[in-house]
Design a protein around this ligand. Structure first.
Ligand code: NAD
Length: 291
């Protein structure tokens, strides 16, 4: 199946990165969001990130100009109807994602493949509420999308081979590497990564270390490029909490219970970098630990 037009739902951290790499790879991209401001910010970010790549000689000014012209934005979800492939990258909440697919269905072409960039929600369950579970799968990019090499491809129970191959071909054209994961809570990367981040928050909660000592211990002691709390702020604490809840509910094991301190940060609206405050405060020149 030949994919040329790709629709993206959600212009947040992930949506803008996905639009960036798809447009540079020559796809026609239409990105929607409920918020016009999110779309404007996304286009500014894409332009800034591409300029940086051009400055480093990774892409030419021509590549950049052509790619930017390939991205179209809209606040009307149904404008994605003519797409060959749709990548949903909206807020990590099942009801939000279900409503998006429900609204999209009457406007799609029969061959349109539906995918979700969800970090943890069951692909099989999302697929079962659509008219095309065999053409539905997980298309999970890593953050930041232009930098990270991996894309997890997750088959739901009904996903057919043609759909998998078509998505794999997109990953290949992006020059990224696909990892195939089964549809169990949080798939591969987050099944391993999130319990580590949650444990770092417990380590903070129990006073074993402060933000700085936990992050520098894991950077210098385990050779991680970023500390777990710095990484949690980068991912978004609401997303981290949502993934822990999916692991906890889906696998029914207390080892996945979210740390109460993580819940408290989210309740405060301290969601990490995207809200300027999380385990660090980003409002000044340098990030300052909040504990
Ligand atoms: P984000 O909060 O930065 O962006 C979400 C965007 O979705 C917002 O702009 C919001 O306005 C928009 N949105 C909400 N409801 C919508 C609707 N009904 N229709 C259209 N747009 C809507 O979140 P994010 O970090 O970009 O995460 C998006 C998805 O990607 C989530 O499923 C998340 O689990 C997944 N993901 C996140 C990361 C990460 O590191 N942040 C990594 C991989 C996957």
């Amino acid at each position: 199946m030949d994919i040329q037009t790709i629709g993206i739902v959600g212009a947040g951290q992930m949506g803008n990165g996905i639009a960036h790499v798809l447009a540079l790879a020559g796809y026609d991209v239409k990105m929607t969001d409920v918020s016009g401001e999110a779309l404007e910010n996304a286009m500014k970010l894409i332009e800034g990130n591409m300029s940086r790549q051009a400055g480093r000689g990774k892409i030419s000014e021509d590549d950049m100009a052509t790619a930017l012209k390939r991205i179209d934005t809209s606040t009307t979800l149904t404008d994605l109807g003519p797409s060959d492939l749709i990548i949903e990258a909206a807020t990590e909440r099942e009801t939000v994602k279900q409503a998006i697919f429900e609204d999209l269905l009457p406007h799609l072409k029969p061959h349109t493949i539906l995918t979700s960039n969800t970090s943890s929600i069951s692909i099989t369950r999302l697929a079962s509420r659509t008219d095309r579970p065999e053409k539905f799968m997980g298309f999970h990019f890593m953050n930041p999308v232009p930098v990270m090499q991996l894309v997890e491809l997750i088959r739901g129970i009904a996903t057919d081979e043609e759909t998998f191959s078509a998505c794999k071909a997109v990953v290949d054209r992006l020059g990224k590497t696909a990892a195939s994961a089964e549809d169990f809570p949080a798939f591969i990367v987050n099944r391993i990564l999130m319990p580590m981040i949650n444990e770092a928050v417990y380590t903070l909660y129990e006073g074993v270390g402060n933000v700085q000592s936990i992050d520098s211990s894991m950077k210098l002691g385990a050779n991680h490029p970023m500390g777990p709390l710095e990484l949690a702020d980068f991912i978004g604490l609401d997303t981290c909490l949502a993934i822990m809840n999916v692991l906890h509910d889906g696998l029914a094991d207390t080892k996945y219970r979210p740390c109460p301190l993580l819940t408290k940060y989210v309740e405060a609206g301290w969601l990490g970098r995207k809200s300027q405050r999380g385990f660090y405060d980003y409002r000044g020149d340098m990030p300052v630990p909040t504990r």
